[in-house]
Design a protein around this ligand. Structure first.
Ligand code: CUA
Length: 359
């Protein structure tokens, strides 16, 4: 038997039909799913039986036979309207709490940035560590997946967690899960995205808290794969001591420099903030050519056209890629567009840094 054929015969069918329940929400989603499945099966059986039985009972028995008109009894009409009404309301009643839970990201969730791309999933941890098609996360910790696509629409699907969320090229979407079982589970793409859609996927590895810590430390933030070490005057990206600030680069306000114990992604963002020369205009005080970003995250900003926007991840991303779309009041549309000059991973680092400046 050749290998590709073997791949399909080796599939454990039961595992695919009934994946592990490996997140806190999985039992609730399964309850809704199997309840609706059971009701549907019941109706399929009843209706199929009725079709066959009625067709047999009331079949035409000789050539000249014609039907007679019968008015349905009111009680029957009411019964088949009211009973399904209650069944539908019941489905709604069990579905809504599960949906709301799935959509409400808990405070303090660990944010993992996810970038979908033809044809792979890329992940960034808060300490700056990156992975492709493999994702390591700790058990018992809510994980907030912040998802974006760098090309077409993809969809992040982790069956064992019962979560599925589209990855869009226009803006960030979020979904969360809290793993409850140590193990290795499939990650899939569930939106047809081109030639290699079927192989776009990987594995999520749920580790114990200790194993996750060990794993995180195994690749410190300053050894970020895929990026040459940044050479910045006076800036040290390394971990080192816990005493006070990073070295302060020439001409940069101390308030803009992350503390030495700041997460790796924040430091990466700060380096980009300098190398892309953002720091020339976005100074600590508001006197710069651009608005100060200190304390801006999470607030509201008034735009030149009088509208108000929420200063969140999506606004930052749009302002980096297309700065003149929404310009803060009091400032000119002078910022150059960084579309094509920064990767989605760079944007995630810049957002982590600007978010860090909110203190
Ligand atoms: Cu990506 Cu399908």
């Amino acid at each position: 038997m050749n290998d590709s054929l073997k791949r399909y015969t080796d599939i454990d069918v039961m595992k695919y039909l009934f994946p592990d329940q490996a997140s806190t929400i999985a039992p609730e989603i399964d309850l809704v799913y199997f309840a609706i499945m059971a009701i549907s099966l019941l109706f399929i059986v009843v209706i199929a039986f009725a079709i066959v039985a009625l067709a047999a009972t009331y079949r035409r028995r000789h050539k000249d036979e014609v039907g007679t008109y019968e008015h349905e009894p009111l009680s029957l009409e009411l019964a088949w309207t009211i009973i399904p009404l209650f069944i539908s309301v019941g489905m709604f009643a069990i579905g809504v709490p599960a949906f709301l839970k799935a959509k409400s990201i808990p405070e303090g969730a660990l944010e993992i940035a996810v970038v979908g791309k033809q044809w792979m999933w890329k992940f960034q941890h808060p300490n700056g560590r990156r992975e492709i098609n493999d994702l390591h996360i700790p058990i018992g910790q809510p994980i907030n997946f912040k998802i974006v696509s760098q090309d077409v629409i993809h969809s992040l699907y982790i069956p064992a967690f019962r979560i599925k969320q589209d990855a869009l090229p226009m803006y960030y979407t979020n979904i969360w899960a809290e793993p409850t079982k140590i193990g290795k589970y499939r990650i899939l793409c569930t939106e047809y995205c081109g030639k290699d859609h079927s192989v776009m996927g990987g594995w999520v590895h749920v580790l114990s808290q200790e194993d996750y810590e060990t794993w995180l430390q195994a690749d410190p933030a300053h050894k970020i794969a895929g990026r040459p070490p940044l050479k910045m005057a006076g800036v040290s990206l390394g971990g080192g001591g816990t005493d006070g600030q990073m070295d302060i680069p020439d001409g940069v306000d101390e308030a803009l420099v992350p503390m030495r114990d700041a997460p790796g992604l924040v430091k990466e963002g700060f380096s980009l903030f300098q190398s892309l020369t953002c720091v020339v205009c976005h100074k600590a005080e508001s006197a710069g050519v651009g608005p100060s970003l200190l304390g801006a995250y999470g607030g509201k900003s008034v735009m030149a056209n009088g509208t108000t926007v929420n200063f969140n991840d999506n606004y930052i991303r749009e302002s980096i890629l297309n700065p003149t779309a929404k310009v803060k009041t009091g400032y000119g549309p002078v910022m150059p567009a960084f579309n094509g000059r920064v990767s989605e991973e760079d944007i995630n680092a810049l957002i982590a840094y600007i978010k860090y400046l909110k203190r």
